[in-house]
Structures are given as structure tokens and as C-alpha cells.
Design a protein around this ligand. Sequence first.
Ligand code: EPZ
Length: 419
Amino acid sequence: MSEILINGAKKLFGEIDIQGAKNSVLPVLAATILCPGECVVHNCPHLSDVETSLKILTQLGLRCERQDNTVTVNGVHISGYKIPENLMREMRSSVVFLGAIIGRTGKAVISSPGGCELGPRPIDLHLSSLRRMGVTISEEHGFLYCEAPEGLKGAEIHLSFPSVGATENIILAAATAKGLTVIHNAAKEPEISDLADFLNSAGARIYGCGSDTVYIHGAERLSGTEHTIIPDRIVAATYMACAAVTGGKIKINSVMPSHMVSVLSVFRESGCSIEISGKSLIITAPKRLQRVPTVRSMVHPGFPTDAGPLIIAMLCVADGTSVFVENIFENRFRYADELIRLGAKIKTEGKIAVIEGVSSLSGAGCKATDLRGGAALVCAGLAAGGTTTIGEIHHIERGYDDIVGTLKKLGADIEYTNT
Ligand code: EPZ
């Protein structure tokens, strides 16, 4: 089983490009199901979650090809409407395929996606919204049997929580439904606007993404299209934290600073200097990072929950004590115990983590507990004196395209090992 091995305490310097956004490419690949033509999607990162998505599309009868960072999906024919349980289990976010499969075929069968390492991951908002659009849903033996006997119809939907996945599922179901769908209290993440851009380029009529209210006028029929995925703002934050925690200076190209406003302000508050020019930014770490009194994760445009583990890893060596409040997921601090193995001083209680900065971390063996928690261990290992080994790295490979190669480019002493 391979692990990541890091000999830490080396400052990072250099220049990198940022991969396409995982949380945009997944719903966009789901959206290709609605397009009875050829869709060419550029800037697709090499991630296990993308491979799982392509397996789901192939299982449904679509033809998928990959050439470097470009994926071509031919959706002229679709022959299925079921997602096998093993693929549902591989990737929790496969629930976002539901709206697209029903939109194209009128029915869908998926297994309940189940919880994951961040706590229970209910889909009640997805299901109640689809029911309002005319979908009958029955749950038997852990499977959801969905059917729209009279076809999907537009509806007015009020989300009790601006769920990213539920907003995406409704948009996918509404894109070719009969009539107008309005989503109140919609999620505003940039990945949702990217999904709408993809669908509108295929003939959909979606307005208002990025605001609280999204309007989708159902289109008769969509077509094939070509689209480039936006940069991954969480991966950008990850490499920024790696530079900050090692006292380095790096240049990151192909980012969208407007997607990262709340993240940039936390880096600045910790003493990092950030110069922005167009789609590039340079981050320079201070001699010693400063504590950030309180960081709260919020829905967009607030501080993104996914960047929380990276900021916490960075603040482990700050001067003073910082507090992180996790407002989105119930159980997102499982990686804290692993950081403590590297000498971090972190106390977690419910949704609050108190991080008492230490002067240095020391390398140790640890295990990734989830995607961003695993990235946090890489970040801390880069700062730690001595050797850090990280197991269970399949979690990390779900969302980071060649994290080892990218960090090597920045001067890190990092490699895969086989244990
Ligand atoms: C998306 O997950 C992202 N995943 C997550 O990124 C991200 O953390 C999250 O949005 C929040 O930004 C993808 O886009 C593939 P939610 P999603 O629905 O859609 C509750 C990463 O590391 N909820 O906005 O599952 C839910 O339990 C991943 O890249 C309901 O109660 O997030 C959670 O507490 C992790 N009922 C909160 O809402 C529902 O029907 C936010 O969930 C749906 C969600």
C-alpha cells in the first residue's frame, strides 16, 4: 500500500499552475447526461473522483474518452438509469447524477449515498426538491427508486439550507423540465455558476447563479458543447498553506482571486503577503505566522469549510492561539488527532477547534482520515522537522492531481513509498 513520505522543514519556492476544480467537474460530467451530443470538457484534473464519474457515465451507456486534461463525452445514446452500488459508495457526491439521469430518462435508481468521514451526509433537500418537480421516490433495501411518470415539471423551491449538492441537483433536473423552476436560498459557490455556464452553452436557460435566487427556464432539448472547468480554489488554498507553513514564497498561476476573497483575508491576517495580478498570485510567508483569533466556516462567499483543515494545519505553528468554528459539517475534525501526532496542540469540542501555536512540529507516522484532512497532514509534514509518513492516501488522491509532483516542483522533499 503506498504512502507519502516527507522530509520536512524545507521552505517552498517556485511557481505552479492550479488544476481544474473537482467540485465543478463532477456536476459538469453529470450534466453531460442531459446533452444528446458530444461534450468536450477541458481542464479536467486527474482524480479518482473523476475516474468514478466517468465509470458512472459509461455504465449509463455514454461514450467517454480522455486525452490529457480533456474529457470527451458522447451522450447521443443512453441505455441505463441505474448507478451501481459500488460506484455510489466510491463517491458520495454521485447523488448529483440523480437530477440529470431523471431529466434524460425519466427515472433513476441509486443506492443511498450514506454518510462519509465528515459525518452524516443527508440528502433530504435533494429528494424533497425532486418530489416538488414531479418525481416519485421510494426507498427499499437501501436503494432509491425514482420516477417522473409525467416528466419533470418546473417548481418553486425554498431550500432550508443553501446546500451545494441540492442546488446542483435541482438545476440539473430543471434544465429540461417543463416550465420555470425558481430556487430560493440557493447555494452561491462558484462551482454552481460554472455548472450553469456549461448548461447554458448547451442551450439551457439558467439565470441568477451566484445570488440567492436561481431561475431555470426548462429547455426543449440541449446539445453537445465545449467548456473549460474553473480553477480549484481549495487546491489553491492548499498550496498557499504549504508555502505559508514552511516560511516560503510561491507563485500560483491560473487562479480566480475573486473566488477566494474570504480565504485570502485569512492568509493576510496570519501575516502572509499576497500580490495579485490577473489570474496569478504570489504568496510570501512572514518570518513567523501570526495567530488568527477566530475563523468561521460559512457558505459562500464566507470562508469555505473545505479550506478549514489547511488553515488549521498552518496555524499549528503560528505565534499564539487561534480558534476555528466549523459551521457546515458535524464531524470535520477527525484529522486533528493525526496533527497532534506531529506535535500540534489542538483541542476540539463539537464544532470548535482551539489551535495553540507551537514553535515547530516534528515528523511522525500518520493516516489521512478524509480528503482535506489528508491534505492538512501533507501541509503539516512539510513544516515538521524530520520524516513524516502519511497512510490511507487514497483519500487525498480523490481531490488532488499529482500533489507529490506539484510539491516537488516547489522544492519539497516528498515521495511515494510502498510499505
Ligand atoms: C459540496 O458537498 C462539496 N462537494 C463539499 O466538498 C463541500 O464541503 C460542500 O459542498 C460545502 O461547500 C462537492 O461539491 C462534490 P452541502 P455537499 O449539500 O453538496 C447538509 C470536498 O472536500 N445537508 O452544501 O454534500 C449537509 O449534511 C467536499 O471537496 C442536508 O442536511 O454539501 C451538510 O451539513 C467535502 N441535507 C451541509 O448541508 C441535504 O439534503 C452542507 O452540505 C444536503 C445537505
